[in-house]
Write a protein that binds this ligand. Structure first.
Ligand code: PEP
Ligand code: MN
Length: 356
């Protein structure tokens, strides 16, 4: 950080700034200019708030040189982070597709969808058992019963599971069933929850808040990383703007911007980003072209019957068609769509679904 003193600052005020920094072990390098004195502070500044200097007498401004999200920053990590989810690598050369229903509604619905997305080439199953809904009267999710269904779908299909955790109290429970913990957009800045998943030993997908700046998303990732969990991926899921033609404005800029600012894998969610299934295909292709490391897509066997987000859910046949197009886009940008590390378990889909 650099502290710029006011032209009229006295030597005593300058000395006070130097002493304050040195008191916490930070080295100081003052430059006495004709108009201004500037003091470069070098060292670990996490122990002292920047405002401490801004508030001191004689200080004009402080200028940050290093980003405050040290653990998430690209500049402090030579290599990009890759996350191994039961053999599916997120952040590597292949683009991972996660797909499944918005909400877990029944065993039949999840198994049907899981097999369909697997057959089309998805390698991770999504599904919400705890649902953050705008209205308290809307379907809130099946809770633990839903997590059990997801775990059964993983057992049958071999697909690892990503699911949302909404509260500190349920982190341990969700960890028992999930392979990736999803922190939803509404909880991006729920610091208690970020702290709790920072202690968990599971990968975390952190979604960008509805009005979250990219820098704020990275500071929230910093909470999880500084808690001791290095397996964090960042998800762009659309932000709120003045535009009303779509549910959200899918900020595709965030994909290359996050790659420039951070070493963490970047996931794109065009389902929530657009809110409209007809737009999910074009924006999925755009996200892969822009360098997303993974996509998360909502797929439902009967979108018109869905308990949540039916309007943005793809039918299995549309999802399968999109996967074919994504393979072409991925190869055009020198990547591939990730394939399952293991073949499907021997017991087949038809038999399982008929048992329901
Ligand atoms: C979801 O993934 O279904 C969801 C609720 O997402 P978001 O938190 O981005 O709204
Ligand atoms: Mn949803």
């Amino acid at each position: 950080m650099v502290v710029v003193m006011k032209p009229e600052a006295t030597p005593v005020e300058t000395a006070a700034v130097i002493n304050r920094a040195e008191a916490v072990g930070v080295a100081t390098h003052p430059i006495y200019g004709k108009e201004h004195t500037v003091i470069a502070l070098v060292g670990d500044l996490t122990k002292i708030d920047r405002d401490v200097f801004s508030a001191m007498a004689g200080v004009q401004k402080t200028v940050r040189i290093q980003e405050p999200y040290k653990l998430a920053a690209r500049s402090t990590h030579a290599n990009r982070t890759t996350i191994d989810v039961n053999g599916v690598i997120i952040g590597g050369s292949d683009v991972v597709v996660m797909a499944g229903p918005c909400s877990v509604e029944s065993r039949e619905q999840v198994l049907e969808t899981a097999w369909a997305v697997k057959e089309a080439g998805a390698t991770i199953l999504r599904g919400g058992a705890f649902k953050p809904r705008t209205s308290p009267y809307s379907f809130q999710g099946m809770g633990e019963a839903g997590l059990k269904i997801l775990a059964e779908a993983r057992e049958q299909t071999g697909l690892p599971v990503i699911t949302e955790v909404m509260t500190v109290e349920t982190v341990d429970m969700v960890c028992e069933y999930a392979d990736i913990l999803q922190i939803g957009a509404r909880n991006m800045q729920n610091y208690g929850l970020l702290h709790a998943v920072g202690k968990a030993r599971k990968p975390v997908m952190l979604k960008r808040g509805i009005s979250g700046e990219i820098k704020e998303l990275l500071m929230c990732a910093e909470y999880i990383l500084s808690g001791g969990n290095a397996q964090v991926m960042l998800c762009e899921r659309g932000i709120r703007t003045y535009e009303t033609s779509t549910r959200n404005t899918f900020d595709l800029n965030a994909v290359p911007v996050l790659h420039r600012m951070s070493h963490l894998p970047v996931v794109a969610d065009p389902s929530h980003g657009t809110g409209d299934w007809e737009l999910v295909g074009p924006m999925s292709k755009a996200a892969v072209a822009a360098g997303a490391d993974a996509l998360i897509l909502e797929v439902h066997p009967n979108p018109e019957q869905a308990e949540s987000d039916g309007a943005q859910s793809l039918k299995p046949e549309n999802f399968a068609e999109l996967m074919g197009q994504l393979r072409l886009i991925a190869s055009a940008v020198g990547r591939s769509i990730a394939t399952s590390p293991e073949p499907a378990p021997a017991n087949g889909r038809a038999q399982d679904v008929m048992l329901v």
